[in-house]
Design a protein around this ligand. Structure first.
Ligand SMILES: Nc1ncnc2c1ncn2[C@@H]1O[C@H](COP(=O)(O)OP(=O)(O)OP(=O)(O)O)[C@@H](O)[C@H]1O
Ligand SMILES: [Mg+2]
Length: 485
C-alpha cells in the first residue's frame, strides 16, 4: 500500500484527499500519479471502481496554474452523467487550489454554457459531441490545454467516436500530455491510442481477471418468456439496497420499467432518448434512494460511481465482454462487495462462455427461484414493515379494535390476514415484454472484443440536431446516426 505523501503531492491536494477520506493510494494511483507528474503520456488500465479518476486528475491539477484563467486541462468522457460526475470529483480534488471546473455536455442550454465558459474555468470535462460544437463555434479555446484525458478511452476510440476524438486532439497543442484510462483496453484500440500519443507508458494493474473479485458473479439460465417473472422473484429474495438492471434497447428499458412499476417496485429508466432533465432527475432519485431500481441501457454502463448499488442484473446479456465488465462494475466499488446476475437464454450459453473466456472470470450457476420462494421473500419484507410499525409505538388508537378481533379469532390467523393484505402478490399483475432476438457469438468464434461498434452511437451522447460545420470545416461532424441506447 502506498501513502499519498510518498507521491510528492502538493499540500492543497493532500488536504482535499484527507477531506474526501482517501487514506491510501490505490494501485493504479500509486503507479500512474508519478508518471503523470513527470509529464509522461500514460495508458492506464485498472479494474472498475479502483480510483482511475483521481489517478489522472491529480497530475492534471498539479500542472495547472490557478492564476491563469484559461482552460489548461481537458477531460473527455463518453456520457453526460459521467462528465458531470468526473467534474464533481475534479472539483473536490482541486478546490483548495482554487481551480474552477466546468462540465460541458449535450442537452444543456448552449447560451448558459457559453456564459459559464466565459467565466474562465481551468478544467473542462466534456462529452465529445458538445465539445466539437463549441470548438466549431469557437466558444471553447483549447490553445492553452497542456493535459488532455480520455476517460473510458477504449469506448471513446471506438469506431463511432474515433473521428471526433481525432478532431478534438488535433485542436490541442501538440506538446500536450495525453492520458488514457479505462478498465478495458482491447489490443486493437490500444494500437489506435498509441498513434495519438507520444511514447506512452502503459500501466496495467496486474490481476488475473478483468473484473474485481469483490463482485460475486452468477448466471441464471432462463427462457426469454420467463425472464421477467424470474427477475421480480429474484429481487424479492435478494432485496437489493439499490439495483441496476441493464436491458438491451431503449424500448426494452421502457417496457421493463413499466412492468416493474406495475408490480410495485420503485423503478425508473434511463436511456439516450429521455430529456436531459429527466435523465438527471432519475439519477438524482436513485442516488438519494427515492427509487431503488435503475433500469438502464449501456448509457449507464461506464464509469458511474453510485454508492449503495448492491446488485446488477443483466436482464439481457451484453454483446461485448467489455460491456459486461463495465456493467457489473457499477457494484463492488472502492472495496465494497456486490452481486452481478446475468440472464442467459439457452441459445445464449455459448455467449456466456465467450464472456467468461475474455474476462477470465467464472459465473456461478444460480437456479431460478420458484414463486413460493419469492412469496416467502415478499412476506419477509412485509414482516419487516410490520416490525418497524411496532417499534414506532404509535398504536394506542388501534388497541381496542385489536383486542376485539382477538376475542373472535386466534392471533396467528389475524396476523396472517394482515400480512396477506399488506403483501403485494406480484404474480397477480401479469407483465409481457416484446420479444427480442438472443445474442449470438459473432462469426469466427472469437466474438467482438468491444471494438469497432458503429451501431449504437448517438442516443447516449446527446447529439441532437444537425451538425453546424459551416464555420470551420475542420470540425465537421461526420456522424449522425441514431443509437439504440
Ligand atoms: N485512494 C482512495 N481511497 C478511497 N477511496 C477512493 C480512492 N480513490 C478513489 N476512491 C473512491 O472510489 C470510488 C471509485 O473511483 P473511480 O470512480 O475513480 O473508479 P474508476 O476506476 O474510474 O472506475 P470505472 O472503471 O468504473 O470508471 C469513488 O467513489 C472514489 O471517490
Ligand atoms: Mg472511471
Amino acid at each position: 500500500m502506498t501513502n499519498f505523501n510518498q507521491l510528492s503531492i502538493s499540500a492543497t491536494i493532500m488536504k482535499a484527499l484527507e477531506k474526501m477520506g482517501f487514506e491510501e493510494a490505490t494501485p493504479i494511483q500509486a503507479q500512474t500519479i508519478p508518471l503523470g507528474m513527470e509529464g509522461k503520456d500514460v495508458i492506464g488500465q485498472a479494474q472498475t471502481g479502483t480510483g482511475k479518476t483521481a489517478a489522472f486528475g491529480i497530475p492534471m491539477i498539479e500542472k495547472i496554474n490557478p492564476k491563469e484563467r484559461k482552460i489548461q486541462g481537458l477531460i473527455v468522457a463518453p456520457t453526460r452523467e459521467l462528465a458531470i460526475q468526473v467534474s464533481e470529483e475534479m472539483h473536490k480534488l482541486a478546490k483548495f487550489k482554487g481551480l474552477r471546473t466546468l462540465p460541458v455536455y449535450g442537452g444543456q442550454h448552449m447560451e448558459r454554457q457559453i456564459r459559464a465558459l466565459k467565466d474562465g474555468p481551468h478544467i473542462v470535462v466534456a462529452t465529445p459531441g458538445r465539445l466539437l460544437d463549441h470548438l466549431r463555434r469557437r466558444t471553447i479555446r483549447v490553445d492553452n490545454v497542456h493535459t488532455a484525458v480520455l476517460d473510458e478511452a477504449d469506448e471513446m476510440l471506438n469506431m463511432g467516436f474515433i473521428d471526433d476524438i481525432r478532431d478534438i486532439l488535433k485542436a490541442i497543442p501538440e506538446d500536450r500530455q495525453t492520458l488514457l484510462f479505462s478498465a478495458t483496453m482491447p489490443k486493437e484500440i490500444r494500437d489506435i491510442a498509441a498513434t495519438l500519443m507520444k511514447n506512452p507508458e502503459e500501466v496495467k494493474v496486474k490481476s488475473k481477471e478483468m473484473t474485481v473479485s469483490n463482485i460475486d458473479q452468477f448466471f441464471v439460465e432462463v427462457h426469454e418468456k420467463q425472464k421477467f417473472d424470474t427477475l421480480t422473484n429474484l429481487m424479492d429474495i435478494h432485496v437489493p439496497e439499490l439495483a441496476i438492471i441493464f436491458g438491451r434497447t431503449k424500448k426494452r428499458v421502457d417496457e421493463l420499467t413499466d412492468g416493474l412499476q406495475a408490480r410495485g417496485f420503485r423503478a425508473e429508466g434511463i436511456h439516450g432518448d429521455l430529456t436531459q432533465g429527466k435523465r438527471s432527475s432519475v439519477l438524482k432519485q436513485f442516488k438519494n434512494g427515492r427509487i431503488e431500481i435503475l433500469v438502464a441501457t449501456d448509457v449507464a454502463a461506464r464509469g458511474l460511481d453510485i454508492s449503495g448499488v448492491t446488485h446488477v442484473y443483466n436482464f439481457d446479456i451484453p454483446q461485448d465482454p467489455e460491456s459486461y465488465v463495465h456493467r457489473i462494475g457499477r457494484t463492488g466499488r472502492a472495496g465494497k462487495t456486490g452481486e452481478a446476475i446475468s440472464f442467459i437464454t439457452p441459445r445464449e450459453v455459448p455467449h456466456l462462455h465467450l464472456i467468461e473466456k475474455v474476462t477470465k472470470s467464472k459465473m456461478k450457476r444460480m437456479t431460478a427461484p420458484s414463486y413460493d420462494e419469492a412469496k416467502r421473500g415478499q412476506q419477509q419484507l412485509t414482516v419487516q414493515k410490520l416490525i418497524k410499525t411496532i417499534e414506532k409505538k404509535e398504536l394506542q388508537d388501534y388497541r381496542e379494535t385489536a383486542s376485539e378481533i382477538l376475542d373472535e379469532y386466534d392471533s396467528a390467523t389475524v396476523v396472517a390476514a394482515a400480512l396477506k393484505m399488506l403483501t403485494k402478490e406480484r404474480r397477480l399483475t401479469p407483465v409481457t415484454l416484446s420479444s427480442v432476438q438472443p445474442v449470438s457469438v459473432k462469426k469466427g468464434g472469437k466474438g467482438n472484443n468491444g471494438k469497432f461498434r458503429n451501431d449504437k452511437r448517438g442516443g447516449g451522447y446527446g447529439r441532437k440536431g444537425k451538425p453546424q460545420g459551416g464555420r470551420n470545416r475542420k470540425f465537421q461532424n461526420k456522424r449522425n446516426n441514431k443509437g439504440n441506447r
